[in-house]
Design a protein around this ligand. Structure first.
Ligand code: AMP
Ligand code: ZN
Length: 113
């Protein structure tokens, strides 16, 4: 198993976990870009958002709702937060196992760089 996030999901590589259930895992980004920077991933391997199918719709909804719940739990629901998937090279995707970045705690610029 060569995928970094599959190895984190299986527990083979440690991560600073903030939430886990049977389908999803959330952990702190190792190189945080905001005071709160959590990655929410499916435990199952899906390389990019281009690879999602209709069968994944509930799972993707769960990723988004988990990010929203964590943002609320950390006190950012009203202040605001950003949840983003990077897909492929021009968007800066470096780990090819889908992950929802949850960013909060500072004013986030728009458009993104
Ligand atoms: P992306 O560039 O969208 O593919 O995001 C990959 C993210 O994974 C980056 O924000 C990295 O800082 C983060 N990352 C890489 N390795 C680890 C790790 N071992 N634990 C936690 N986050 C990681
Ligand atoms: Zn994977």
């Amino acid at each position: 198993m060569s995928c970094l996030f599959c190895r984190i999901a299986s527990g083979e590589i440690p991560a600073s976990k903030v939430y886990e259930d049977t389908d999803v895992l959330a952990f702190n980004d190792i190189n945080p870009q905001a005071p709160l920077h959590v990655l929410v991933i499916p435990k199952q391997h899906i390389a990019t958002t281009n690879d999602l199918t209709e069968a994944d719709e509930a799972l993707v909804g769960k990723l988004v709702r988990t990010a929203a719940a964590l943002a609320a739990q950390k006190g950012y629901a009203d202040r605001g937060y950003r949840a983003v998937f990077n897909c492929n090279a021009e968007a800066g995707q470096t780990v090819f196992h889908i992950h929802l970045h949850l960013l909060a705690g500072r004013s986030l610029g728009w458009p993104p760089g």
